[in-house]
Each structure stands twice: as structure tokens, then as C-alpha cells.
Design a protein around this ligand. Structure first.
Ligand SMILES: [Zn+2]
Length: 413
């Protein structure tokens, strides 16, 4: 049996009047997902425990079978692991975003326009980050380049006790009330403010403005954490597994769980990513002996943050046609028995432009199962209508991998 998890990041949403009361998932043309929903098992799952920050970090830990209440130690340490940065237990890491702030007289009254500096390219960002490191980096505080707008700051032997805010949670708001707080915040806050004068007139930003693109005119520090310690996936489930994703966070969670990173060229974390390359890489890895593949697609989440309704629907349709269908065709051709788990990690509703902790729909399909057709489609409404609810998201993986449990449509919870 082969096991494939397909994550449409942030794919879930609320009904929209512009879509006749449908959600993007319901409005999308997705014949493959809907066929599996008709023949598989659906329900709702709470991937983000109460009182924990809704986001890809807590949610994907859950989906992979790790209780975030036990294993979560911040977002950025997972990214650090994926970037190959050696961390000690005494180090503290931070996510460092390039963002776009609106002009204003006082720094604190500048408005957060864009948490991604217009999805700046990695090449441009690396040059800017070098300038930041050269001017603001120290023996203790070191900046590391990542992908697009996502970078890292490590404070060697750094302190705990931070109150930091994700930039995508304060879009269109003045930054003053959300600047770093906590006993050690002044140093980080000063760096953030100093970055604005450093970046304002940088040639890269001058060129971006000329091209009508959002400049990366400030850094924003958040997502603090310490080195995570996860029980290896293979020890937990006895399966050899791999992870496919464009974003460091997901690759980092996979690495910390002992999964192999399956590289794919041309993945961007956006609508222009290499969808076919991902499905082909999954099939190749499975054919070469891997038991389990965790395939993550970031695009719907970015469309949710950018409030691009049509693009969010398109991202879902691409996942269906260019990822799921080729994987099914490939496995059906070889006659390999397989199980599929398809779900969003969390919702990124267009109306709120950020992550929520709402339960999300999941779809389980077992190619060896003989279940009666339900006539349902893969939507939030139909999944909720089944009445199946997994309250602790980290238990869904146990259900997905349980021996014999999916036949006949019943699930042992
Ligand atoms: Zn996510």
C-alpha cells in the first residue's frame, strides 16, 4: 500500500456572495476530487488546537501526526532546519519577512501594505538581505537568506519571552501597536526601524518602484522559536516517507520528522509553480520504494492573503488537474494499491486575508475499498454534512494509516 497526502495550503474558505454563496472549493471545477469524495470518506478535522496560532506550522504538524500542543516550538526553527542552519538548544530563531510599508512621518504610523513585498524574487531579496546583514548583523544576530520574502534571523544564545505579530495578520493597519514587545524587544525593534532607511533607496527597490512593484522597504521579525524535537515518522508509523514542497517551513517539519526532502525544479510557492513536476516526483519516489509522500501546494494560501478570488479557484483547479489526476493515473496504471488523504491545512479566507482555526474538510480514499457512492462533492458543506469530525487533528494520520480500517466506508476513531 502506498500513502499520499495532498495539502492545498489555505484552500478552505467561507461562502462568498460573489460566488452565489459558494466557497472557492465548491466553485472550482475539480472532477478528480469530487469523484473521490463520491467514492471515499469525508469529514471535518480541527488541525489547529484551541489557543494555538492558526498557521501552516501548527496545522501541518497536526496533519503529519504530531500534536502541536506537545511538539510546537515556533515556526522559524523548522525553516532554519530546512535551510540547513545548525542550531543549538540555546539559539533562538525568528522569521524575517521583507514587507512593504506605506510612507508616513513616524515609523510607528506606517501602514502594513504587503507582507510579501510583492512576492519579491529570491535573487532580489538575497541582495537586499546581504545589505541588511552587513549593516545590522552582529556576532550574535545573524541573517540567513531563504526563498522570496521569507528569511531568517538567528540570535545565538538568545533570550525567550517575545510578543511578536505575523505581518499577514495586520495588513492595512498601522504597525505601531504590533511592534515587538517583551523584555528584550528594543534591540529587534531598532533593527526593524533602521532597516527602513537602509532599504528605502536601495537600487533594487528603486527598480521595483519603476516597474510598479511593491518595494521591500522594511524587514519584519516574528515567529520566534527554538530547535524542535520530533519522534521520527518511521519510528511512529514504520513507513519510509518523503516531503514535496516549495516552502522551507513544510520541508523543515518533514526533515525534523525524519522524512526525506524530494527536490522538484521550478517550484515557487505560487500559482506559477511546477505542479506536474510535483506529481511526477511523487510517483517516482513511490516507484523507488518510498511508502509515504506528503505533497504540499502553497498557491491557494498566497491567493487568500492577496484576496485574489479567481486565482484561488484556479489554484484549486490546478491541484486537481495537474497534481491529483496524474498521481491517480500513475498509480492506477501500475495497479499499486494506494490511499489518498486530501485536505487544506487550514483556511485562509479571502474575506479576512489570513489564517483561521476553523475546522477544514478532509477526504480519504482507499483504492482497495468498495464503498457505496455518496453523491457528495469535496466541499466544506458536504464534508460537514457527513457528521464525521476529528476533533484532534493529529489523530487523522493514525486513521489514514490504520490497517484495514477504510474498507466499507467505516472509520475507527
Ligand atoms: Zn498554510
Amino acid at each position: 500500500m502506498k500513502y499520499i497526502v495532498i495539502i492545498g495550503d489555505g484552500m478552505a474558505d467561507y461562502p462568498l456572495p460573489e460566488l452565489g454563496g459558494k466557497t472557492p472549493l465548491a466553485a472550482a471545477s475539480k472532477p478528480s476530487m469530487d469523484e473521490l469524495a463520491d467514492r471515499g470518506i469525508m469529514g471535518m478535522v480541527k488541525t489547529v488546537p484551541d489557543r494555538m496560532p492558526p498557521g501552516s506550522d501548527t496545522a501541518n504538524l497536526s496533519v503529519l501526526g504530531y500534536d502541536p500542543q506537545k511538539y510546537y516550538s515556533g515556526r522559524s526553527p523548522f525553516e532554519a532546519v530546512s535551510m540547513g542552519i545548525a542550531l543549538t538548544e540555546a539559539d533562538i530563531t525568528f522569521r524575517c519577512n521583507f514587507v512593504t510599508l506605506a510612507k508616513a512621518d513616524a515609523y510607528a504610523s506606517r501602514v502594513m501594505l504587503d507582507h510579501s513585498a510583492g512576492e519579491i524574487t529570491s535573487e532580489e531579496a538575497h541582495e537586499l538581505l546581504l545589505a541588511v546583514q552587513n549593516s545590522l548583523g552582529t556576532e550574535e544576530l545573524v541573517f540567513y537568506p531563504g526563498v522570496s520574502y521569507r528569511h531568517l534571523l538567528v540570535w545565538k544564545n538568545g533570550p525567550d519571552d517575545w510578543d511578536l505579530t505575523p505581518p499577514h495578520d495586520i495588513l492595512e493597519r498601522a504597525i505601531g501597536p504590533y511592534l515587538p514587545a517583551g523584555p528584550h524587544a528594543a534591540r529587534i525593534r531598532d533593527m526593524m526601524e533602521e532597516s527602513t532607511s537602509l532599504l528605502a533607496d536601495h537600487p533594487i527597490n528603486r527598480r521595483r518602484r519603476e516597474q510598479g512593484l511593491n518595494p521591500a522597504n522594511a524587514i519584519w521579525i516574528w515567529g520566534e522559536g527554538r530547535k524542535p524535537a520530533l519522534l521520527p515518522f518511521r519510528e511512529k508509523y514504520g513507513l519510509r516517507g518523503g516531503v514535496i514542497s516549495a516552502v522551507d517551513l513544510i520541508k523543515g517539519i518533514g526533515i525534523c520528522a525524519g522524512l526525506e526532502v524530494i527536490p522538484v525544479d521550478g517550484v515557487t510557492g505560487n500559482l506559477d509553480t511546477n505542479f506536474e513536476g510535483k506529481s511526477q516526483a511523487a510517483l517516482t519516489a513511490l516507484a523507488q520504494g518510498m511508502d509515504f509522500v506528503y505533497l504540499h501546494v502553497e498557491a491557494p494560501d498566497e491567493c487568500g492573503h492577496r484576496q485574489e478570488r479567481e486565482n484561488k479557484i484556479k489554484a484549486i483547479e490546478y491541484i486537481d488537474r495537474r497534481v491529483l489526476q496524474p498521481i491517480r493515473d500513475g498509480l492506477e496504471k501500475t495497479g499499486t494499491p494506494y490511499r489518498l488523504l486530501i485536505l487544506p491545512d487550514h483556511a485562509t479566507p479571502l474575506s479576512v486575508r489570513t489564517h483561521t482555526a476553523d475546522p477544514v474538510p478532509f477526504l480519504l480514499y482507499d483504492s482497495t475499498g468498495q464503498k457505496q457512492r455518496s453523491g457528495l462533492a469535496f466541499t466544506e458543506t458536504d464534508a460537514a454534512a457527513t457528521g464525521l469530525f476529528v476533533a484532534e487533528g493529529h489523530r487523522l494520520m493514525d486513521i489514514f494509516l490504520q490497517q484495514g480500517g477504510l474498507n466499507g466506508g467505516t472509520i475507527i476513531i
